[in-house]
Design a protein around this ligand. Structure first.
Ligand SMILES: [Zn+2]
Length: 282
């Protein structure tokens, strides 16, 4: 009799586990949305000042973008190293992550509880070159002066925020498996069918828009492709049309497909990785 009761209890817990989790998630999201709404104007003022990407979204997408930014920011710890913390810092860093994953369902890059913001170029490990940012098992690291230059267009083709978030996205999908996006994972195989031959040709000397640093290894090839996809999409599509199309598919968005009031999401399909270091060259 006892066995029957215990078995029933275990079965009940197993059956109810997912619905209960979903219920808690829904309650949490609703609670966070109420808090977000009270701060939406401020978030809009910060993000719209820097992100051209955001300014091209319609109103509904802008709210989705800002709420994702809020959720991303409030699900991790920001640390400031030799730089004075400012309210805009975690918002803008979160917004850049949201830009990269805006076409995907999973956007929190869950694994990276900690994000470190440093003042400027820094030295890391045994590398002699200074770093602008890197990703490793302890967190995401970004130098603030380079980050700001990247998002305000002062450094053409270079956006260290997008670059490191690119590493973080493959890290959570392929290394830690902590936040796998079904679309991204399945489409990445198709991306590589196009990307690998281009990467291989670059390793044997071929030159293109991505630059020499992208030939360092496949992780850097991916992260640099992310930067160029958003920072210079016209030239990217012109020079490397198949790779551009593969990027648009794997990220499920197309920066050249913006028209006023239209969605950036090009398709919804239901369906290595991050280097532990990243060069200062981005
Ligand atoms: Zn890198």
């Amino acid at each position: 009799m006892e066995l029957v009761v215990i078995s029933s209890l275990v079965l009940g817990i197993l059956l109810l586990n997912r619905p209960v989790t979903l219920l808690f998630q829904r309650l949490y999201t609703r609670h966070q949305f109420k808090k977000f709404i009270a701060r939406e104007t401020f978030y809009h003022s910060v993000v719209s000042r820097y992100l051209k990407y955001y300014n091209r979204l319609n109103l509904e997408e802008q709210r989705k973008f800002l709420f994702r930014t809020w959720l991303f920011q409030h699900s991790r710890n920001f640390h400031y190293i030799e730089v004075e913390a400012a309210a805009e810092m975690p918002i803008l860093v979160s917004a850049v992550a949201v830009q990269l994953t805006f076409g995907l369902e999973k956007f929190k890059l869950s694994y990276f509880d900690d994000i470190f913001i440093l003042r400027d170029d820094y030295h890391y490990g045994f590398y002699s070159r200074p770093f602008m940012g890197h990703v490793d098992q302890t967190g995401i690291y970004l130098s603030w002066d380079n980050f700001i230059k990247g998002i305000s267009g002062q450094t053409p083709n270079c956006n260290v925020g997008l670059h490191e978030m690119g590493h973080a996205l493959t890290y959570v999908n392929f290394i830690t498996h902590t936040e796998e996006d079904r679309h991204f994972k399945s489409e990445f195989t198709n991306f590589s069918k196009v990307a690998r031959p281009i990467f291989t040709s670059m390793q044997t000397g071929a030159k293109n828009l991505l630059g020499d640093y992208a030939a360092t290894n496949y992780h850097e090839f991916w992260a640099v492709s992310v930067e160029l996809f958003f920072e210079n999409p016209v030239q990217f599509r012109h020079e490397l049309p198949e790779l551009y199309e593969a990027m648009a598919r794997v990220l499920n968005q197309d920066p050249l497909n913006f028209t006023t009031g239209s969605t950036t999401i090009i398709r919804r399909m239901d369906s290595s990785p991050s280097a532990t270091k990243t060069s200062a060259a981005g």
